[in-house]
Design a protein around this ligand. Sequence first.
Ligand SMILES: Nc1ncnc2c1ncn2[C@@H]1O[C@H](COP(=O)(O)OP(=O)(O)O)[C@@H](O)[C@H]1O
Ligand SMILES: [Mg+2]
Length: 300
Amino acid sequence: MWQPEPGWQRLPGAGPSTLGVWAAREDDGDVVVKRLLAPTPHDPPEYLQPTHPAYWRRAAEVAESGVVAGTPGLREAELVRVREDAEGITLVHRRVPEAGSSGLFLARSVGRFAQAEVPDLPWLARDQLGARLSQVERRGGWATLDRTPVADVAHHLWLRREALLGQVAALPQVPQHGDPVPANLLGHQGDDVVAVDWSTLGRGPVGGDLGYLSLSTREAFEPLFIAYFTGLPDGLASPEQVMLAARVTAVYTVLTRADWALARVAGGEGALAGKFRHPSVAPYLLAMQRQFTQIEALLT
Ligand SMILES: Nc1ncnc2c1ncn2[C@@H]1O[C@H](COP(=O)(O)OP(=O)(O)O)[C@@H](O)[C@H]1O
Ligand SMILES: [Mg+2]
């Protein structure tokens, strides 16, 4: 059985089909090891669907193909090796020094990445937001938000989701990282960001990555939008198009997360309203409050 070696240092994180991430020292320098787990029959079938955002092998496909090794705006950390065995895949990259870039620099870089030439590979993620909302739909929609003061707004947006997803699908589609949070946009090299965690690389509407990024940066939506737009190639999309995809992505993601966080504590004793300040809930509600301007814009 594969095991981390003694002396490796565990790093925070590890998504659903990941055993873990470790920092290690090798003869020729510092590396980061990520262990992907091959799906078992108990895992959701999406793990095996090459275009689904949860496809388990994507990070390894990205690394082996080198498609984002030299792309503008965002590029992959230098690959050391990929090893596969019966139980999973071990990915080893050079350790990237943390650059502490501002949200504005990240937004501009994510915009510049939209011009990257990424071939139309069969394992690129498609319709990421649609796939996530389908998962929510299968578990009954935003059922817990329905018991909060934002119930009316959430209900209205839930009913509008197909129309809005349709509008977004008609926008220019560009390469997207899929999980552009500061913890994945670590490094800085020349004018580009050195990014890790490419397991959701795909194509999506121009502005989609911006909406996602805006949920985890300190800066307000407007300045991030301007920085992103500055990074986009001329003539690719209008400000309104970018704004639409960014808003839809930010709003539907933040509501899904708030519902999920509330649902986890909703089962225990006591009224739901008494749990809004619970430490495992409060940050998600705060993140939702920060998006009220964007939410409002989608209601009209
Ligand atoms: N090559 C790397 N260099 C430096 N830090 C890394 C590297 N790869 C991952 N990390 C750190 O480990 C964290 C988790 O790794 P990541 O691949 O993002 O896994 P997860 O899928 O759990 O988010 C990252 O957010 C980052 O802080
Ligand atoms: Mg990550």
